[in-house]
Design a protein around this ligand. Structure first.
Ligand SMILES: Nc1ncnc2c1ncn2[C@@H]1O[C@H](COP(=O)(O)OP(=O)(O)O)[C@@H](O)[C@H]1O
Ligand SMILES: Cc1cn([C@H]2C[C@H](O)[C@@H](COP(=O)(O)OP(=O)(O)O)O2)c(=O)[nH]c1=O
Length: 214
């Protein structure tokens, strides 16, 4: 049976990642793969409810981190693990790197606590004890916070994160950079400042380099 693939999309708000998730899903379908396209926080009825709370309600940083990981646990159990067990390609718009970047970098929340939550939440039945479920590839869209804010201006109503100042997103970007430095083989850096077609080529190249698409 074909092995499942788990690919995540990350970057600050407005970096351009959501623009390419559906196109990558179609490229995998064209290659004969079944695709589960999903997002965090969200992806299940419960996790989507937690998303509404997390994105719209003021709360302390630990509560925020716990909600993100609670949503993630449900999402893993209900959607991601079953899809991977069926041999599907799972494309996920954000995963745990976002928690390290936003709650850790942006909010300045304790990274050791996040790492402990990660160990609890991403230990899954399909993996041997001590191994955690992680994406095999993370598309990391990089764009300056100024350029990202400009793209988002007028594009959609900002949520609790998107309405943060540029300095917040600089810290989020630093959070992503630290996370990427800790696991460089998993991250593909995508230059989000280029025109859409060139960004798409980088996305496709990252998957081709892994040998997952011709
Ligand atoms: N390469 C690009 N050049 C210019 N604008 C872009 C590019 N990619 C996406 N956009 C636009 O920027 C905005 C944010 O893109 P989006 O994919 O929603 O970002 P994200 O999912 O990372 O928050 C959207 O209005 C989108 O149409
Ligand atoms: C997954 C995740 C997202 N977030 C934030 C980042 C985004 O601002 C927001 C929702 O992400 P996203 O789905 O990218 O928003 P949109 O659909 O509006 O582009 O949640 C966290 O703070 N921590 C997390 O663990």
């Amino acid at each position: 049976m074909t092995a499942g693939l788990f690919i995540s999309f990350e970057g600050i708000d407005g970096a351009g990642k959501s623009t390419h998730v559906e196109a990558l899903a179609q490229a995998f379908r064209d290659a004969g793969r079944s695709v589960t396209l999903t997002r965090e926080p969200g992806g299940t009825p419960l996790a989507e409810q937690l998303r509404v709370l997390a994105l719209n309600t003021a709360m302390d940083p630990l509560t925020e981190a716990l909600l993100m990981f609670a949503a993630r646990r449900d999402h893993l159990q209900q959607v991601i693990e079953p899809a991977l067990a069926r041999g599907e390609v799972v494309l996920c718009d954000r995963f745990t790197d976002a928690t390290f970047a936003y709650q850790g970098g942006g909010r300045g929340f304790d990274l050791a606590v996040l790492a402990q939550l990660e160990r609890w939440v991403q230990a899954v039945d399909a993996l041997p004890a001590g191994q955690l479920r992680q994406p095999q590839l993370t598309m990391w869209f990089e764009l300056s916070p100024e350029a990202a804010a400009q793209r988002l201006a007028g594009a959609r109503a900002p949520d609790r994160f998107e309405s943060q100042p540029v300095e917040f997103f600089r810290k989020v970007a630093d959070g992503y950079a630290r996370r990427a430095a800790g696991d460089p083989g998993r991250f593909a850096r995508i230059d989000g400042s280029l025109p859409r077609e060139q960004v798409w080529q980088q996305v496709l190249d990252a998957v081709r380099r892994k040998g997952w698409l011709a």
